[in-house]
Write a protein that binds this ligand. Structure first.
Ligand code: IPM
Ligand code: MN
Length: 353
């Protein structure tokens, strides 16, 4: 029996309740497919910080590196000043584990209504490869004359040749493996960011020379946002920097039905990877048993696929699709026709079928 050690970080807000349903699905899957998942829970996030001043201890990072995968709910707490938990827990996890790819599929499943009224599953099926360790997220900055009329705020974006190249190369490889349209779009802003986007553009051209089977294109980020809404069927794989990737994947999430279904993988191709619903902690829904756990369950599916259990990943994907198509009335919290727990039960039931 294949055995896997999985770190579970439920985190804040609705994180713990959606993770409970993700774990329920994983346990049903383990039974059905004969897998052994060994879960170890780590209490990180707002509560741990407020009660014990704990952010992300070095010992925890070391332990996580020994795991087969990390499964994360959400980090973010209304009583903690913005920036602390994000930078010192979530982003620190991404940086310390060198999770340099943030893979975010934008797929409209059958039965789910996109707010784009003319678009169906045949139109919305692409993947964003977001660089996850550099750019504006990694740069320094400073205030000068803070609080005065002469105040200056500088925020730097860091882009290394190595960092850009490994991300771009991953995107080409991924596009080849995905084997759909074999079309890779670079998203940047070459007309304004004449240093950063220039480096990305040059690396994209150079690396692209190794992939004659992949058709390439370039779009500025503003135009790309418009295209994602007007013509999402144009896209196959998009590669972009950390900040643009953050923004365009929220656009992606809404066109695929909302944060209730949007999942992502933070990948270190040479090490341990981390899987999370991309929606955040949604504090106003915390503890109400109303939030949609599908994004967390979809993140679990990406995790199962990533560790190499392809058959189990197919079973879970089929279960997710069945529940989306036949059971849920909507993906929105409180409008699903079921509670958070019941959605988890439905998925587990489909897995056992
Ligand atoms: C995301 C989130 C994070 C990000 C925040 C919480 C730091 O928005 O995963 O997309 O900006 O990457
Ligand atoms: Mn985001």
């Amino acid at each position: 029996m294949n055995s896997y050690r999985i770190a579970v970080i439920p985190g804040d807000g609705t994180g713990p309740e959606v993770m409970r349903e993700g774990l329920k699905a994983l346990k049903a899957l383990a039974e059905r497919c004969g897998l052994d998942f060994r879960f170890k829970e780590f209490l990180l996030g707002g509560e741990a910080y407020l009660k014990e001043g704990i952010l992300l201890p070095t010992g925890v990072i070391k332990e996580l590196k020994e795991m087969d995968a990390v499964y994360l709910g959400a980090i973010g707490h209304p009583d903690v000043k913005p920036g602390i938990l994000e930078r010192d827990v979530l982003l620190k996890l991404r940086f310390e584990l060198d999770l340099y790819i943030n893979l975010r599929p934008v797929v409209l499943f059958p039965g789910v209504q996109s707010p784009l009224r003319e678009k169906g599953p045949e139109h919305i099926d692409f993947v964003v490869v977001r660089e996850n360790t550099e750019g504006l997220y990694a740069g320094g900055g400073a205030f000068f004359k803070k609080g005065t009329p002469d105040e200056i705020a500088v925020q730097e974006s860091v882009n290394t040749r190595k960092g850009v190249e490994r991300c771009v190369r991953y995107a080409f490889e991924f596009c080849r493996r995905r084997n759909k349209k074999k079309h890779l779009t670079l998203c940047g802003k070459t007309n304004v960011l004449v240093y950063e986007s220039d480096l990305w553009y040059r690396v994209f051209q150079e690396v692209g020379a190794d992939y004659p089977d992949i058709e390439t294109g370039y779009q500025n980020v503003d135009a790309l946002c418009m295209w994602m809404i007007k013509n999402p069927e144009f896209f196959d794989v998009i590669v972009t920097n950390n900040m643009f990737g953050d923004i365009i994947t929220d656009v992606g999430a809404i066109i695929q039905g909302g944060l209730g279904i949007a999942a992502g993988a933070n990948i270190n191709p040479e090490g341990v990877s981390m899987f999370e619903p991309i929606g955040g902690s949604a504090p106003k829904y915390a503890g109400l048993n109303k939030i949609n756990p599908m994004a967390a369950i979809a993140a679990a599916q990406m995790m199962v696929d990533h560790i190499g259990e392809k058959e189990a990943s197919e079973v879970l994907l089929k279960a997710i699709k069945a529940v989306l198509k036949k059971d849920l009335k909507s993906l929105e919290a409180g409008r699903m026709g079921f509670t958070t727990q019941e959605v988890g039960d439905l998925v587990a039931g489909r897995i056992r079928e």
